[in-house]
Design a protein around this ligand. Structure first.
Ligand code: 5AD
Ligand code: SF4
Length: 445
């Protein structure tokens, strides 16, 4: 919990965050922006003066989830009419004023590109008005969303460097909710990273919907993601760099090379492919074939043989036949993933694929089960293969057992170690002794 501004009246802010890591980052920034209005965060809606839902629209039922969550706050609002209720994030962007029509107790609706206007919107809502902002303003919100300096941080942090997407995959709402691709200038990113490191952060995950398409202004020129990583690597005290999410078509030579030669860049890459059939990839508007994806993986592994790969998959995309699905299974077999996320295709209003003939739901369920069985086997094998190896662990927090500390290896595996003398934020070599369901155990080397 953060402390309030001295002398100001403190009000309590409860933020509930759904969806991706960028929403986690955005929620932090909104809390900081509202900190200037005297808000401090609380972990329960019950004593809040303001409730903010930071929503996700990527898959079905997102909007319904938001409405049912709002329904739960009816009693709170009745008991405390001054309570402000806001909806932020991608559902806010997609639904806009419709949210206030369906749930009149909502005081403010703010889309992801307008978070810097939150203090104004909050003030407007405070005067009994309704506030709505789902613009894509010309000014850069990040310039107006100053970080509250010097508040202590945990050892890991997210840092948004790129936002939005111009790729228009046929299933995806992101280009509509987050808008066009924008990269933050290099000096702003470095400034924010230095500030995070001064506040105790040792690992930064660079975020962007298409983070490897990053092309930020750098003096008179432009920097790509690899350039940015090399500059970040010069920051003393910053030990680890990660980035997510990437598109196969933007996996350029410099970035692949950085995976081979930049010690601070962790050997882990989330590189979604979505499907293994070229026909489906084309229908998805992915603009690459399965073979091209496999070539990227080959180049990455040549640069960094131990890199752990993660992916996203969609089953039951319109037009996907059993043979197409078999091609997805074959691609998964060919790659060998250490981590993966798989979903049934869900229609998103306004996206091209929503209008197409849909695959039978039972068929989707069956394919998802078969795919997940294979991916789980691969994940488990990758985790089990760590037993007997030595890894580096960045310790983040005490474990459940006395004297135990938990952290992440360079491959993003959760690792638990009996290490009563190790502090949060320390990086230590650990010999892995055991692979459990979702984590590894080891001893300090
Ligand atoms: N249906 C199912 N999965 C989707 N994703 C994005 N849109 C959809 C959709 N309409 C998945 C993709 C993407 C991940 C973030 O969510 O796999 O990579
Ligand atoms: Fe969505 Fe495709 Fe853009 Fe990723 S690359 S955010 S899946 S449109």
């Amino acid at each position: 919990m953060r402390s309030g501004i001295p002398g100001a009246v403190t009000k309590k802010l409860f933020i509930k965050t759904y969806g991706c890591q960028m929403n986690v980052y955005d929620s932090e920034r909104m809390a900081e922006a509202l900190g200037g209005q005297g808000y401090v965060e609380t972990t329960t809606p019950d004593d809040a003066d303001m409730i903010l839902l930071n929503t996700c629209h990527i898959r079905e039922k997102a909007a319904e989830k938001v409405y049912s969550e709002l329904g739960r706050y009816k009693g709170l609002k009745a008991a405390k009419p001054d309570l402000k209720i806001g909806v932020a994030g991608c559902v806010a962007q997609a639904e806009g004023a419709e949210i206030m029509r369906r749930q009149p107790m909502v005081d403010l609706v703010v889309g992801p590109q307008s978070y810097h206007r939150l203090p104004e919107l909050e003030a407007k809502a405070g005067q009994g008005g309704k506030a709505l902002d789902t613009d894509f303003p010309a000014e850069d919100k990040f310039d107006h969303l100053a970080r509250r300096p010097k508040a202590a941080r945990g050892p890991t942090a997210f840092l948004t460097v790129q936002e939005g997407c111009d790729k228009f995959c046929a299933f995806c709402v992101v280009p509509y909710t987050r808008g066009a691709e924008v990269s933050r200038p290099v000096d702003r990113v470095l400034g924010e990273a230095r500030d995070l490191v001064e506040r105790g952060v040792r690992e930064i995950t660079l975020l962007g919907q298409n983070v490897n398409a990053y092309h930020g202004a750098d003096g008179d020129g432009e920097a790509g993601l690899a350039d940015l990583i090399w500059k970040l690597a010069e920051i003393d005290g910053l030990a680890r760099i990660r980035f997510t999410t990437s598109h196969p078509n933007d996996m350029g030579d410099a970035l692949i090379e950085a995976h081979g030669s930049c010690d601070k860049l962790m050997p882990y890459l989330h590189l979604p492919v979505q499907a293994g059939s070229d026909k489906v990839l084309k229908a998805m508007n992915r603009k690459h074939t399965a073979e091209e994806y496999l070539r990227v993986i080959e180049r990455l592994r040549a640069a960094r043989p131990d890199i752990l790969l993660s992916g996203d998959f969609i089953v039951g995309f319109p037009g996907e036949t059993e043979a197409d699905f078999q091609a997805t299974l074959a691609l998964v077999e060919a790659v060998g993933y250490g981590q993966a996320y798989s979903f049934k295709y869900s229609t998103r209003p306004g996206t091209p694929a929503a209008e197409r003939a849909q695959v039978d739901e039972a068929e989707k369920d069956d394919r998802l089960q078969r795919l997940q069985a294979l991916l789980t086997r691969q994940q488990r094998a990758a985790q089990d293969a760590m037993v007997g190896r030595e890894v580096s662990v960045l310790f983040e927090k005490p474990g459940r057992i006395a004297g135990q500390m938990g952290g992440k290896s360079e491959y993003l595996h959760a690792v638990h170690v009996h290490a009563p003398d190790v502090a949060r934020g320390e990086i230590r070599r650990v010999k892995i002794t055991e692979s459990a369901a979702n984590s590894l155990c080891g001893t300090l080397a």
